[in-house]
Design a protein around this ligand. Structure first.
Ligand code: NAD
Length: 472
């Protein structure tokens, strides 16, 4: 195991131990919560070009205290067993924090998507799904994958189709995977969900007057400078929504090809278009390219958003961080050793298991939608709209005044699926933030949000185990 791989899984376990001392649960129960319940490692052949390649892949179910288990599938040449175990473990705590009734799981396929054609990726994804079906590691009530690094709606559609071919007539089969395209039983608002959740998490913290004044910052996201590492699904939506809805200023973006900087702000929408045509963020008008890509951590800013991979902020670079707040959009971007340095410097860290939980929250909504076989809002949208119209008509009649068509449209709108998804996501992120804050404020010896989030999660999972009668 390389130092980097070990750092991630060990960091997660060290963070658990650090939090466990603030709970009063018996050792046996804590050991059960910590352990990975099932690990499936597979090697399967796929015909690539004229020959065969043996693909290494994993699915880890961290906790069966609630079923189904849930967690994304990662496609990356860096995938290894410890990484998937760490990610599955985080999923359990994440689900508990946002009150999503699942155990945690994660999948990983050791391939670099850039190296394969679409057709080859489809073959790999379908074969991986066959392996999962054969070992009962996928199913609406068993284990429900979703997108992660290197995968998206396209891969989820292939998984769904393969599962359905092997489970003909299973009425709830659409719920075997989430993050599907909307026309393949997906849900509106899932693609942006993780980034949107990161925005809500950041906004909630930035609205705290005492904490912001301790950091010598004004309250609110408006005008705050932000640096983002990784302009994929999570990083791009975090940037877009923080600019459009919060008024933040993204001053630097770091990607595989390098890091660009503009203290006056970077238009993320235009940058995404630019990257699509140029296949690189470098040379984007108005920006300067840093000599070293890795210097993204050194750029002065209010909010640093690592949204790429784990262990990006480590013992070696933590001291150079200039940001006052780090929001962990990626899973495990800060090693335990780096965290100790950052906390000493007074940096506030909003932990992954809360900050990026928007994806699993909306995946839960998608799963519920699939099981109910109906789009959210279908029954009530028109009824609500008619009721609001009657109110507006009455007010106009009583006041003898007429409102504009625009105002009428806003006041009489019934909620669409995407409105309900966003509202459910916002409510979840706000509630969970205040649950973590409550632990942080109540337990005087806890002085970081990760430990508070861990304690919250462990208490909820312990209570589940005890109500199952497993640990009376
Ligand atoms: P993605 O594949 O869409 O994007 C990741 C981006 O990071 C890519 O553009 C890649 O080029 C870039 N990148 C990789 N290494 C880099 C480096 N060293 N420096 C700069 N950029 C680099 O993946 P994603 O879905 O956005 O996931 C990103 C992170 O967020 C992962 O840690 C993932 O586990 C986590 N996450 C994702 C979701 C989700 O819904 N997709 C949910 C929760 C957490």
């Amino acid at each position: 195991m390389s130092e980097k791989q070990a750092r991630f899984y060990e960091s997660v376990q060290q963070n658990f131990d650090k939090a466990a001392v603030h709970t009063s649960h018996p050792k046996g129960l804590l050991d059960q919560i910590k352990a990975c319940n099932a690990i499936y490692k597979m090697n399967f052949p796929v015909k690539i070009g004229k020959g065969y390649e043996v693909i290494e892949a994993y699915r880890v179910q961290h906790s069966h205290h609630r079923l189904p288990t849930k967690g994304g599938i990662r496609f990356s040449h860096l995938v290894n067993q410890e990484e998937v175990m760490a990610l599955a473990t985080l999923m359990t705590y994440k689900c508990a924090i946002v009150d999503v009734p699942f155990g945690g799981a994660k999948g990983g396929v050791c391939v670099s998507p850039r190296k394969y054609s679409e057709e080859q990726l489809e073959k790999i994804t379908r074969r991986y799904t066959v392996e999962l079906v054969r070992k009962n590691f996928i199913g609406p009530g068993t284990d429900v994958p979703a997108p992660d690094y290197g995968t998206g709606p396209r891969e989820m559609a292939w998984i769904l189709d393969t599962y359905q071919q092997m489970n003909q007539g299973e009425i709830d089969s659409a719920a075997c995977v989430t993050g599907k395209p909307v026309n393949q039983n997906g849900i509106r608002g899932r693609t942006e969900a993780t980034g949107r959740g990161v925005y809500y998490a950041t906004r909630e913290f930035c609205n705290l007057e005492k904490e912001m004044s301790a950091l010598k910052l004004s309250t609110g996201i408006e005008g705050k400078t932000m640096v983002i590492q990784g302009l994929g699904n999570v990083g791009s939506y975090t940037g877009l929504i923080s600019i459009n809805e919060g008024g933040a200023k993204v001053v630097a973006v770091s990607e595989i090809e390098g890091t660009i900087h503009n203290p006056d702000g970077i238009d993320i929408k235009k940058l995404l278009k630019y990257r699509k045509t140029k296949k690189s963020i470098l040379g984007f008008p108005g920006t300067k390219t840093l000599k070293e890509r890795k210097d993204w951590v050194k750029i002065p800013c209010d909010i640093l958003v690592p949204a790429a991979l784990e262990s990006q902020i480590h013992k070696g670079n933590a001291k150079s961080v200039k940001a006052k707040i780090i929001v962990e959009a990626a899973n495990g971007p800060i090693t335990a050793a780096a965290e100790a340095i950052l906390l000493k410097k007074g940096v506030v860290i909003l932990p992954d298991m809360y900050a990026n939980a928007g994806g699993v929250t909306v995946s839960y909504f998608e799963w519920l939608k699939n099981l109910s076989h109906m789009r959210f809002g279908r029954m009530e949208k028109r009824f609500d709209s008619n009721t609001y119209s009657n109110f507006v008509n009455l007010i106009e009649r009583l006041t003898a005044k007429t409102i504009s068509k625009r105002e009428r449209d806003i006041l009489t709108k019934g909620a669409d699926e995407v409105d309900l998804v966003r509202s459910g996501l916002e409510d979840t992120m706000v509630n969970s933030f205040h649950q973590i804050r409550e632990v942080y404020n109540r337990k005087k010896k806890i002085n970081d949000y990760r430990t508070a989030a861990f304690v919250l999660a462990v208490d909820k999972i312990a209570s589940d185990y005890m109500s199952l009668g497993v640990f009376p």
